[in-house]
Write a protein that binds this ligand. Structure first.
Ligand SMILES: CC(C)(COP(=O)(O)OP(=O)(O)OC[C@H]1O[C@@H](n2cnc3c(N)ncnc32)[C@H](O)[C@@H]1OP(=O)(O)O)[C@@H](O)C(=O)NCCC(=O)NCCS
Length: 345
């Protein structure tokens, strides 16, 4: 009998994990994120459930447990909840350090590739961080190809240049006289949801993504569901650019702060509608949201943001603000059938 015969894999929908199971899974997930993202603040089980349970994604957990019930290794798989990307199953795998290099990661990925093939999914996609050599070597050992790289960038709060931010805000009306920037906290006025959905769809279409990944279409109802879910776990400040004459929401930028992990603020969802680009709205929005966020959360110590390597526009703004590279997230992809063939003895 090989080790892999002894490693039974249990599959769970997220909601089927008991409180105890979920607490154990949170410990494993925190160990994982501490290793791959060294500055990450640990999740509480509640926050992890909210984070993983986003209504736009169907997620499952695949666990290998030891005799005492502790988690030795796991994969999570996820797919779009709607009709998009029905050819893709995303997966991330983690093995506890004492059990590495014994084939457990391979055993988990073989299992996940089998699930993908049974579901008719063509591609497996997953992430490996440049902070952990083993993850990259492992992805390559599966025959996966590197599809896209994202930078994690960060800045310490005291290093934020308030003068520069004020300058971008002061310059805003001069460079974009037909617009106003409105900043809201948490609750969006109802009439914002159509504009929010449109901008989220633009992000999906414009932000660099793996070639096989289709952009999702958001509408007011789906974005409201996503946003309401997110608000259970995070506090949010949003700056929106409104085109005065038409009322069109031309751009937005958001700051989110996990309610239970408050040292970090995340700057995200910065987008300007292509028909409204070229008026420095991106800088105005970003400066407005950051200054409001720092005012609201004076005890936060750092701001972080994720950007694709190729997103020159966003990186240009972030570098000017003083954001620095922290680590790189590599998205790998392989055909599920090829992985299964390769890993089946
Ligand atoms: C990546 C990870 C899941 C691998 O788990 P594992 O059980 O040790 O992997 P396996 O024993 O099945 O290794 C399979 C192959 O991957 C490659 N590999 C794995 N770890 C490696 C390392 N440290 N250095 C070089 N190659 C490595 C090897 O080719 C290995 O085959 P070999 O042992 O016959 O040479 C584990 O190291 C881990 O949890 N890392 C942190 C999380 C992470 O980065 N996950 C990203 C992957 S989605």
């Amino acid at each position: 009998m090989t080790d892999s015969d002894a490693w039974e894999i249990e599959d769970f929908a997220l909601d089927d994990l008991t409180e105890d199971d979920f607490a154990g899974f949170t410990e494993s997930a925190n160990r994982f994120s501490e290793e791959v993202m060294p500055r990450a603040t640990p999740f509480t089980p509640k926050l992890l459930r909210i984070y993983l349970g986003s209504p736009d994604t169907i997620r499952r957990v695949h666990l290998i447990r030891g005799p005492k019930g502790d988690i030795l290794g796991y994969s999570t798989t996820s797919r779009d909840a709607g009709e998009t990307n029905v050819h893709i199953l995303r997966a991330v795998t983690s093995v506890a350090p004492p059990y590495r290099r014994q084939g457990m990661g391979t055993h988990l990925v073989r299992h996940v590739a089998g699930i993908a093939v049974d579901m008719g999914r063509v591609y497996l996609q997953g992430e490996a961080w440049d902070t952990v050599e083993a993850g990259i070597a492992f992805a390559e050992s599966l025959g996966a190809s590197l599809e896209i790289q994202n930078h994690m960038n960060w800045i310490e709060v005291p290093a934020v240049d308030h003068e520069l931010m004020l300058h971008w805000i002061d310059d805003g009306p001069g460079r974009a006289p037909e617009y106003e920037v409105v900043v809201v906290e948490e609750v969006f006025p109802d009439e914002y949801f159509d504009g929010f959905a449109n901008l989220m769809t633009i992000i999906e279409q414009d932000a660099p993504m793996p070639e096989q990944r289709e952009a999702r279409q958001w509408d007011a109802a789906s974005i409201r569901e996503f946003y309401d879910h997110m608000l259970q776990g995070v506090a949010v400040v949003t700056a929106t650019a409104i085109h005065r004459e038409t009322g069109h929401m031309a751009g937005m930028s958001q700051l989110i702060r996990p309610r239970e992990a408050p040292k970090t603020i995340i700057t995200t969802f910065t987008v300007v509608d292509p028909d409204h680009r070229g008026y420095a709205l991106g800088k105005w929005l970003k400066a407005a949201v950051i200054l409001r966020g720092l005012d609201r959360w004076p005890d936060a110590s750092e701001i972080e943001t994720m950007n694709a390597f190729t997103n020159d526009a966003m990186l240009g703004i972030n570098h000017e603000m003083g954001f620095q590279h922290d680590y790189t997230v590599n998205t790998y992809q392989a055909r599920a059938e090829d992985v299964l063939d390769r890993l089946t003895p």
